[in-house]
Design a protein around this ligand. Sequence first.
Ligand code: TA6
Length: 311
Amino acid sequence: MITTVTLNASIDKAYVMERAIENGTVMRVKEVRNTAGGKGLNVAKVARICGADVQATGFAGGFNGQYLEDLARRSDVETRFFHVEGETRSCINILDPKYGSTEYLEPGFDVKAEDVDRFLEEFPSIIDGSSVVTMSGSAPRGVPADIYKKLTGIMKQAGIKVILDTSGSYLSESLSGCPDMIKPNEDEIEALLGIRVNGYEDVLRSAQELHDTYQIPWVVISLGADGAVLACEEGIFHGKPPVLTPVNTVGCGDSMTGAFAVAMERKMKPEEALGYAVAVSAASAMSPLTGHFDLAVYEKIAGDVVVEVCG
Ligand code: TA6
């Protein structure tokens, strides 16, 4: 079973607009799509479509929290959220013909120190039976920056594989906990290493440096339409999808994380895992729904994904 951790879960609301948004005016939304969101829920939904057994945990609250869990269960994802005071946030993704996707991410509720402590106490039983745990996205106010490092320590003790996809101090404070995989994007690499990433060679060098410095087995750098680079013990690989015209790229990084979790659970070799994750992520870009892909679209794309040896 794969468990996904979403400390700052969200009701993701996609607004499909008839025409370009005009600030300062009244805009009528053509279609609203509500999905269980927050990066970890997108990871969970995609891992489920890949065929894994999945449960989602994290913090949720209020009526929105109940709605979030109901939405997750409608995607066949079991839920074991830790309920706190306050209402689970919403994240708005406005899709319009001129600007594409514009996201408004609410900060979420405040979490009390005692709730963080109780979640840590319950965490070993929550993840019991999991082979892989993913931890994704931001954390609500009140959650300490080293939370992911603490959670990683619990999982390492239980012999469970850990995939971490976050940013800022939540990422930098967690690397010494040595997760099995991280998936920073180029901006997160620059913040982590204090450098400018100018071009492909810098991406390869940064991935290798993070792998060597922190002994993280799989360092994945997502490159959007150019796929992703993976630095690991076996070398550096680049997985490239075919050229596509995306429908909705929000959550594609989360889809990649979900596919890597499935690949890890199925004990795929690095190159196979990279090709699989790049194909799933590309297929999710062809879906109007966040954290979703069509298996038939994946089948069409998978054969055209190229995995190159870079080093
Ligand atoms: O990656 C897309 C997304 O998961 C959206 O669906 C929205 O939930 C947002 O990211 C949340 O990001 P955060 O970093 O605040 O967890």
